[in-house]
Ligand binder design. Sequence first.
Ligand code: DC
Length: 222
Amino acid sequence: MSVPVIAIDGPSGSGKGTIARRVAEALGYHLLDSGALYRLTALSARKQGVQFDDEASLAELARALDVRFDSNSDGSERIWLDNEDVTLEIRRESTGEGASMVASIQSVREALLERQRGFEQAPGLVADGRDMGTHVFPSAAVKIFLTASAEERARRRHKQLKDKGIDVSLAALSRDIEDRDRRDTERSVAPLRPAEDARILDSSGLSIEAVTNTVLDWVAEL
Ligand code: DC
């Protein structure tokens, strides 16, 4: 029997992470935060002094990532890289920026492909990223492209980082988000775009509950 995969793709700050987590919890499915793998690759490169133009070494780092995804008793995430707690570090904007750069390298994407597919396990998987529906899980049962206006995404990201004690200006964040959108959308390998069979969901002005319920309704139609 094949395992149902719910692919949730979309730009930075569209709320994918939050929604994917809620949907996975509601369904009792596994969760793949694919962006974390690109973030971990960038972080690992920085820690090991690998330059972002050394594609072969970056791909090797990606293939060999020693990572553990855990959760705290309150359900919040905890992520370990080489047995070091990097939960906060991988969420920094500088790591996101590095992730976006390493994510444009074909050999890095290939190195992470099988690892991502390994998350496809019973009873099901909610996969969050940029190319879940287009490349990693092309036969996903449900494909969703989650968007929101650029202003709203910057505001959400600002709040999210502030809640984690990371201080950054809203203006700087808006610029970063625009740059990252451009790089993720215009890159030649696996660019950010909705799968042809994806349902587009604009979450601007919608609550987390409303978006989660819409996704769960779509899953229930299966
Ligand atoms: O979702 P995120 O902000 O954690 O993603 C970090 C970067 O990784 C993002 O700029 C694009 C890249 N990424 C990707 O190219 N493909 C994915 N499936 C997930 C993330």
